[in-house]
Design a protein around this ligand. Sequence first.
Ligand code: AMP
Ligand code: MG
Length: 507
Amino acid sequence: MNSPSLPNPSRSAPPGVRRLADLTLDNRFAALPPAFHTRLASTPLPAPYLVCASEAAAALIGLDPAALRDQQFVEVFSGNAELPTSQPLAAVYSGHQFGVWAGQLGDGRAILLGEAPSPTEPHGWMELQLKGSGRTPYSRMGDGRAVLRSSIREFLCSEAMAALGIPTTRALCVIGSDMRVMREMPESTAVVTRMAPSFVRFGSFEHWFYNDRPQELRLLADYVIARSFPELQGSDRPYHTLLREVTRRTAELVAQWQAVGFMHGVLNTDNMSILGQTLDYGPFGFMEAYDPAHICNHTDQQGRYSYRMQPRIGEWNCYALGQAMVGLIGDVDEVQEALSVYQPSFAAKMDALWHAKLGLSTTQDGDEALIAALLQALAANRVDFTLFFRRLSGLAVDDPSADAPLRDLFIDRSAFDAWSVEYRRRLRAEGSADGARRSRMNRVNPKYILRNYLAQVAIDKAAQKDFSEVARLLAVLRQPFDEQPEHEAYAALPPDWAAGIEVSCSS
Ligand code: AMP
Ligand code: MG
């Protein structure tokens, strides 16, 4: 197998880098041939200011919280100043958008700065990427910018997903500017800094396949394996195993989304991470009143990316990746075999997650029917998904008289009563103890999720230069499973005005 020559970054970062100037970046993507990227600097952002920063994300690259308050931090992560070791570039990729081949896309508004050593990441590094940092050769008709609204949403959700234990790219900070760009209306701009061990997408592979460039395709696969799947190096079927592993991770990722009611909103193949992480937060949403047909993205009129479609779309996207890898793997049956892990991986993970959400420690006959009956009742009664599972942990097996907080979530209380009889019978069948079950359930059923209206309140204040609500919301969402009595309001049902919030591909 041909490996590109890859210099290794130092694996040991100094603990607590206080000054940004001490952060040294490598950029192994830059070492790939020029066809993979365009080297260029970001476009300066006028009069930038710090909107928010995540100390937890900063810790991943050993950055001390003090470094986040430095003016140099704003300069670097607005794209106005370059770290001496930075090798900024925009990467090319292609993809299927809404099921249709879209041809070349690429980093139209993102700049990869390089990779910083990470003292905590199993990979040993994190790539840093600015999003909204100006036009690139891949901008097509776009202005290269991102608006404050969507940058705050991406920042908060990245950090919230990580706290939920769901694989995701991370967000270091949002830097704002009063410069305005046109979307449905004029909006102020921002740059969000994202971090991930790799930003390679399914669409990066498709790019070379559809351009009939098998050498580059192989180089990309070897690069991905060498960096992110080193255990496959030297195996006799590395490309087959890579596809299999990506397929498995994708299936498990989608199951994790379903379990918290997360809808990505734009599951195009250019938004699918080769690492199986949640990537590219745009018009995402968390399920509130449970409706499996719910479409979170206003632009998605057909519901291709609705909640109930996500598992099938995850698989569709793996097929698109598999298609691109047929030549590399060399045998269609092997491609099929690799892709065939999707359904069993998804089913097994989903089943384990539903069991955990219900606090069931064993698997018994009838569990599938119990879960299906619950989901049907939740849908029929438009029950808030998060509140229901959180409150379910408080159920006392032998005391239905304490069921009010649960029953009250149902329009038809008797629908809950009927289901709860079966649920109690099932809990008794495994000798479930209330206290132990409750603490188990509270570790998998979050109390706090990023409801659209919570993000909107924080965004509206930030637009008035009050960034305190973004910081508060971040702090709440970083502890999603904890009771936070002072923040009870953040766990409440959405207010009526929230129904009017529409999020779309415009960002
Ligand atoms: P997204 O829907 O955000 O995943 O973006 C799809 C493609 O459009 C990617 O190639 C983006 O880089 C590009 N894109 C989205 N918004 C802009 C923009 N404002 N300026 C330039 N390119 C953009
Ligand atoms: Mg994208």
